[in-house]
Ligand binder design. Structure first.
Ligand code: ASP
Length: 355
């Protein structure tokens, strides 16, 4: 009798262990979709109407529109903003960053997807790359066509983004952007076309990977400092210092540099011609700005390549910082964060060298 009872107990325990292991094996990763608006949440009057309103559709509607997401992960939505990303600003960045930092700090979340407009996607992605304290996947996505359009690109982008956020191989690669079957690093992507679906490119550094209907292939890991290793990772209190970008051109006058300083900018990024150059009168205004305590970074309007120190402009003599691989909009993001730590141009150069 006793032998029979212990045999049944063993069988029951065995069944329980197997059932628990099976449940664990089939448990889906938990992915939170954090929505901010953009064209991916845009709505037009008809399928072929070019004009539309960005950010009109709520996160739950976006999720319900792609029921296949639930095959990839346990999904829940959080709405942080409903704006076209042309209206993105420091306040929304801080709210978004603090929301993400809270989400990734719990064991219940395996990855996060942020839906965002494409206009300033590269800036938000890079901001989050510097301030989110995690190795978990954080993936931005968006679309060029509104959700109501013929051949809308949002549903597959969001599907690929969720698959990427649920993929443990995406851990430790920093903030990624999944659009148009491409996987970009937040550090490298830039918007290059006003309306094409294939608008994002990562120039010389190249893609981090590629997606095909929710299956990822990885090429590389970004080499720069980011997320959990960043000096800026963690809760942000704000406000962030004002940094303006000034576009250089033939015949550039010193006036906008002087005006930005008078308006209270603590930092300036010059979107220089060529290798971060500007006219002599503009460079004189930059020297005045530096004497007034403003940190000035030289970037380039060219769109690709590295802006190194002391090539045509002697940064050592002038006191400027060279933006290295960062374009003007991303140089602005790093300068804003760097200015929360130091106003020393040499220390800020070290951030531009490593981040
Ligand atoms: N203006 C839109 C935005 O950035 C464009 C887009 O999402 O594609 O929100």
């Amino acid at each position: 009798m006793n032998t029979l009872r212990s045999a049944s107990l063993c069988l029951l325990t065995g069944l329980l262990v197997t059932a628990t292991a099976a449940a664990a094996a089939s448990a889906k990763p938990a992915v939170v979709i954090v929505a901010t608006g953009g064209t991916i949440a845009g709505a037009a009057k008809s399928q072929t109407e070019a004009g539309y309103q960005a950010g009109a559709v709520a996160v739950d509607v976006l999720i319900d529109a792609v029921p296949q997401l639930k095959e990839l992960a346990d999904i829940r939505g959080v709405q942080v903003a409903s704006i076209g990303s042309q209206d993105m600003n420091d306040e929304v960045w801080i709210k978004l960053a603090n929301t993400l930092n809270e989400l990734v700090s719990t064991k219940k979340v395996d990855g996060v997807v942020v839906t965002h407009g494409t206009d300033t996607m590269e800036e938000t992605a890079y901001f989050l790359h510097l301030v989110v304290d995690t190795d978990k996947p954080v993936v931005l996505t968006g679309s060029m066509r509104p959700s109501t359009a013929m051949s809308a690109d949002g549903p597959l982008n969001i599907y690929n983004a969720v698959a990427l956020a649920a993929d443990p191989r995406a851990r430790g690669r920093g903030v990624l952007v999944a659009v148009n079957d491409d996987i970009h690093s937040a550090h490298d992507l830039t918007k290059t076309h006003t309306t094409d679906v294939e608008t994002f490119t990562s120039h010389e550094p190249g893609l981090v990977g590629a997606s095909l209907f929710g299956k990822q292939h990885f090429y590389r890991s970004p080499a720069e400092v980011h997320t959990s290793k960043s000096d800026f990772a963690g809760k942000i209190a704000g406000p962030l210092p004002r940094v303006d970008v000034i576009y250089a051109h033939a015949g550039m006058s010193p006036d906008l540099v002087d005006a930005a300083v008078a308006a209270g900018a603590k930092g300036l990024v010059i979107a220089g011609v060529g290798d971060g150059n500007m006219t002599t009168p503009a460079l004189d205004a930059v020297k005045r700005a530096i004497s007034a305590g403003v940190v000035v970074v030289r970037s380039s309007r060219v769109g690709s390549g590295i802006i190194r120190r002391d090539v045509e402009i002697n940064d050592d003599a002038v006191g400027t910082v060279a933006s290295m691989t960062l374009n003007p909009s991303k140089a602005r993001v790093l300068l804003k964060l760097a200015l929360t730590k130091t106003h020393d141009a040499k220390k800020i150069q070290a951030y531009f060298d490593g981040y």
